[in-house]
Design a protein around this ligand. Sequence first.
Ligand code: ADP
Ligand code: MG
Length: 544
Amino acid sequence: MQPQIVLLKEGTDTSQGKPQLISNINACQSIVDAVRTTLGPRGMDKLIVNSQGKATISNDGATIMKLLDIVHPAAKTLVDIAKSQDAEVGDGTTSVVLLAGEFLKQVKPFIEEGVHPRIVIKAIRKALQLCMEKINEMAVRIEKQSKEEQRTLLEKCAATAMSSKLIHQQKDFFSKIVVDAVLSLDELLPLNMIGIKKVAGGSLEESQLVSGVAFKKTFSYAGFEMAPKSYEKCKIALLNIELELKAERDNAEIRVDNVKEYQKVVDAEWQILYNKLAKIHESGANVVLSKLPIGDVATQYFADRNMFCAGRVPDEDLKRTMKACGGAVMTTANDIKPSVLGFCERFEERQVGGDRFNLFQGCPNAKTSTLILRGGAEQFLEETERSLHDAIMIVRRTIKHDSVVAGGGAIEMELSKVLRDYSRTIAGKEQLLIAAIAKGLEVIPRQLCDNAGFDATNILNKLRQKHAQGGQWYGVDITKEDISDNFEQCVWEPSIIKINALTAAAEAACMILSVDETIKSPKAGEPPMAGGGMGMGRGMGRPM
Ligand code: ADP
Ligand code: MG
């Protein structure tokens, strides 16, 4: 009898070979089906409820994939590419998942028939290379001669990014705001210098852009009402100091044996606080912001001297104020000099909806702005914030790489045509594979049609014909059930989105195709599964 070779721990689950590959592809397919219907201006949204019962409504591929909590090891790759697309360019997250899934679907018959995965991978890489060359050749550089032209370009890209979102009705309104916000930054375009604050209530159109820093009024003590609420040319002290009485008492253990002594301690405490307050006052600051609480004594002290103060300011807001207005965050009151104070042209406290906001405008240093969003339900505001994030990322990307292509499936159709033409010049398996990938690219226009309820076959036929005749920017016209020159229709997307999406999708497809075995260790603590069924006794150690 041949001895049995035990290589892996009992209970390890291994599956390998072609069936494993096919099952990975199928798993990816079911993920793609989950996000398929969200693509495009007529896409639907998903409502996802997590285990804590929190509901999220979203149209953003990356957000949905993140919330789906996928456990399948191969399918997780798709989640990762959606996340990376989100981090890298911010938009096109649904497209990237769809493309990867469709590439896999199109090559699946070849794998089933026994074509070696390596040959498929080679074909995908070749196709990707051809696509990159074509995009770079086709992309239209917009001359940045006048500021006006650049603005129009940016607004159009932002509008395209938002047209598939919940806020598409207000896209003209928001694309202006988004472009203003991004253009107000310095040339590094730091994302964290655009603050987004949400105030429930009101209508979307009441949203506003504040050029400068704004944050919700923090918790304040009695005496606050007396403080002035607006200044011109104001000096700002930024602190990380607690200005409260009790703080001093907690710092040490004190033993006293008569009342007089105790009174001295109390007096000393007051004295310490007053010294701090006096130092801050002497520095000439009008506005005092602190990360730590500012108590009632301090609040009244400042109010008596015509100063405004706010304690418990969130860290990010304090940092943004520091970057915008200059100055430094001080941790002791001793060296507060005029040179460490920030400065802004205008400070005011203003009512926005049900909340009061502190606004700092005309900041000399870094350029920053804050979007105050208004709107109904909280979930709606959250989705609005995500959509604006997409649009802001797109505008930033477009400023950096100022070339655009037409969306609505136009660029995908043209790439598909290029691949098909190329496949006719070669022979063998590669020809069929490249043609299959060409077909895979058509998934974007097809899905756009399906989601809008159009006859996809009919429109795709029209598009193929147009592209064969040289109409390279023809894509789906979502308003009339037809095709149109999407470049003229101003459905523009930065070419970097498409480059990134295609590269990531091809990479993911190749990665999934190159895996032919999954070995899963049994979870710690879990009893090992009874190997191949009963009766496979390993001899001695087995309890009876
Ligand atoms: P993603 O997460 O991939 O960005 P979207 O739901 O935002 O997914 O859909 C983007 C797709 O919708 C792109 O292919 C884009 O070209 C297309 N699209 C956006 N606006 C329009 C429009 N007005 N007409 C036709 N297609 C559009
Ligand atoms: Mg989008």
